[in-house]
Design a protein around this ligand. Structure first.
Ligand SMILES: Cc1ncc(C[n+]2csc(CCOP(=O)(O)OP(=O)(O)O)c2C)c(N)n1
Length: 657
């Protein structure tokens, strides 16, 4: 069994090719059950084999951008036996993780980190005087991210030994967008450049192994570069756009930034990949190898539909078909958002939708289809997305940034310095707020209440169901401040959506069920957003047990409904907040701050996620169970609070301190 890089190095070319087939089979069958990033991994089978054939991890370092394409690397680095557990509870992660293997030198799942992190590793190596090879593997869409360019700007002046592999499959999750994507395309199709790349390829293929040959290769490469510079400086009419721009399609951006550039080469040609990587290993100047791969290679359905197969749930191995939604099932939150965007844009010319490379994930694709001129995909560029929205807002628009809670973390300074400080009416629809169970800690949206509520001028809300999401979106378009709406992944509650949305009062909670004054001990439950379903179950159990329970839908985490919170807080013997968010700095913390200010001493049970990164799991239920977010546990916690021997005032003082 091949499950170690040491084994890979012993294989013949034929055996490597056979192994590539076996790996594809393993990927296709396991992911059919577990779901995952099938397309990107099928695309890098040969590349990963070549990397492990030429380099030696853990001494050599592979830094994967996003790292959603590391499944093949996992199969080759001691995790074959556990591969069937990928993305499931207590199984291996779908991303690189330092804690999982010594072969994962750097963890990631947000795009654009690889070049900078790899350069840091190179700088440390140079400081230490050691000789490991450092390879950053990044995609064509990852390259459009700002940080990637910040790194490119810095590589040439920092180290002499750096290997970058640009894995170009022309796709982000959707089709890659923007000028860089067009630039790469011109590079691939440029006739003069292609001839040089072919010459290099022919040369490399003939290389016998050994130092002399590599030296020769260097010499030859220098020759190619001379010719390339000429190609780069000559505007080429065949790549020139109609308006006269783009004639320098082949001028080499990487070369201009102080790196060698080689390619484009066929990323499924194992011997060529191996020879080129052997060559790169000897380079004494940073080098980028441009590798062309096919997302989904080896699985027809994935080749035909790269967007769907970028990352997906379980599917049929024979056809690639995914399970259709059951008739009558609740719509996904994201789809309610996407459809509402179309309706709002149809009625209000000031509204536009902005996505940072996530048209399908956020369902802003509905707007793209219905009103393409009101839709912007800015690429994997969350900071740019927010600043772009701020610019539009200064001109009277209501831009809606549809960005996952976790990816919006990238744009925090833009939220503070641009949207909030200038008090601009940008709307942030934060999808995946709560758990992204199979993806895990890199993708859980568990910090946004804390990072938004500390910023002046912001309004922040969380809907209990899809009808309220529509009300909140409608309400947000009437505000003159930055407004944030958080909602989770997956199906909503299945409630009907009103024809005409309602304008909500800012900072007003909704009383779902008041105290009945039935002589039971009083408990006030404040379940935020998608925690309402769990809150209702807790309320029902407590009522059955003889308590007098009030249930309030907070709606707003900023501004809080101080009146309702104070009223129920004083009336109850125990106050309970529930949130799909970390407890620290979250909604419950906001309530405690208010209680402290008003000298309310009611003991408060805060239900939410602890001060640690929550791992991945098969589903939300598994993770909630693991962390005690269950009806039984919450009811027990509340009852324990009532049986406390300590007087309430001491208990509250302790909690606030
Ligand atoms: C900061 C950030 N924004 C958005 C995403 C969502 N995302 C995951 S992979 C991906 C596309 C990556 O494309 P590319 O780098 O070309 O790699 P490929 O999947 O094509 O191999 C996107 C947008 C992310 N991981 N990080």
């Amino acid at each position: 069994m091949v499950d170690s890089p040491v084994h890979v190095k012993k294989l013949t070319l034929d055996q490597l090719q056979q192994l590539a087939e076996e790996i594809r089979h393993e990927l296709i069958t396991v992911l059919a059950k577990n779901g995952g990033h099938l397309g990107p991994n099928l695309g890098v089978v040969e590349l990963t084999l070549a990397l492990h054939y030429v380099f030696s991890t853990p001494k050599d370092k592979f830094v994967w951008d996003v790292s959603h394409q590391v499944y093949v690397h996992k199969l080759l680095t001691g995790r074959k036996n556990r591969f069937q557990t990928i993305r499931s509870t207590d199984g291996i992660s779908g991303f690189a993780m330092r804690t999982e293997s010594e072969h994962d030198c750097y963890g990631a799942a947000h795009a654009g980190t690889a070049l900078s992190a790899a350069l840091g590793i190179c700088a440390a190596r140079d400081q230490l005087g050691s000789d490991e090879n450092v390879v950053a593997i990044f995609g064509d869409a990852g390259l459009t991210n700002g940080i990637s360019f910040e790194a490119l700007n810095n590589i040439g002046q920092t180290t002499r030994r750096f290997i970058g592999i640009l894995n170009d499959n022309e796709w982000s999750i959707a089709k890659n967008v923007g000028a860089i994507s067009s630039y790469l395309n011109k590079l691939i199709t440029h006739p003069s450049y292609n001839k040089l790349a072919r010459d290099f390829e022919r040369f490399v293929r003939r290389l016998p192994k050994g130092e002399l040959a590599l030296k020769l290769a260097h010499k030859a490469e220098e020759g190619f570069k001379g010719a390339l510079t000429e190609v780069g400086l000559e505007p080429n009419p065949s790549t020139m756009d109609a308006d006269g721009r783009g004639g320098y399609g082949s001028s080499l951006i990487f070369e201009e930034m102080g790196m060698r550039y080689l390619g484009p080469i066929d990323g499924h040609d194992l011997p060529l990949l191996i020879s080129t990587l052997e060559f790169a290993k000897t380079c004494d100047r940073p080098i980028v190898i441009h590798v062309l791969t096919k997302k989904g290679k080896g699985f027809d359905a994935a080749l035909k539909n790269p967007e769907k197969f970028h990352g997906l749930g379980p599917y049929d191995v024979a056809t690639g078909a995914t399970l259709p939604a059951k008739p009558g099932a609740a719509p996904n939150w994201q789809d309610v958002f996407g459809q509402t965007m179309v309706k709002l844009c149809q009625k209000d010319n000031t509204i536009v939708g902005i996505t940072a490379a996530m048209p399908s994930g956020t369902s802003l694709k509905f707007l793209e289809k219905a009103m393409p001129n009101r839709y912007y995909d800015v690429g994997i560029a969350e900071e740019h997305a927010v600043l772009f929205a701020c610019g539009m807002a200064t001109m009277g628009f209501h831009p809606v940034c549809a960005i996952y809670s976790t990816f919006l973390q990238r744009a925090y300074d833009c939220i503070v310095h641009d949207a909030a400080l200038q008090d601009l009416p940008v709307i942030f629809c934060m999808d995946r707020a709560g758990l992204s169970p199979q993806d895990g800690p890199t993708h859980h949206g568990l910090f946004d209440i804390a990072y938004v509520r500390s910023v002046p001028n912001c309004i922040a809300m969380a809907p209990k169901d899809e009808d309220e999401l529509v009300d909140m979106m409608f309400t947000a378009t009437h505000q003159t401040h930055p407004t944030f709406i958080r909602y989770p992944r997956g199906p909503a509650e299945g409630v009907p959506i009103k024809e005409q949305p309602k304008l909500l009062d800012i900072g007003k909670a909704e009383v779902i069920q008041s105290f009945s004054n039935n002589r039971g001990r009083k408990i006030a439950l404040f379940p935020l957003g998608n925690m309402m379903a769990l809150g209702r179950k807790v309320a029902s159990q407590l009522s059955t047990d003889g308590f007098d329970v009030a249930v309030i839908n907070p709606r707003f985490t900023k501004p809080l409904d101080a009146g309702a919170t104070e009223f129920f807080g004083r009336a109850a013997e125990v106050m309970v907040t529930l949130e799909d968010h970390v407890l620290m700095g979250g909604y419950g913390s906001a309530v405690l701050e208010l209680f402290n200010e008003k000298r309310i001493t009611t003991p408060t049970v805060q239900i939410g996620w602890p001060d640690q990164f929550i791992e991945h799991g098969t589903n939300v239920e598994d993770l909630r169970r693991k962390y005690g977010l269950t009806v039984e546990n919450i009811v027990t916690r509340i009852k324990a609070e009532l049986s406390e021997e300590l007087p309430a005032i001491q208990r509250t003082d302790f909690a606030v301190a």
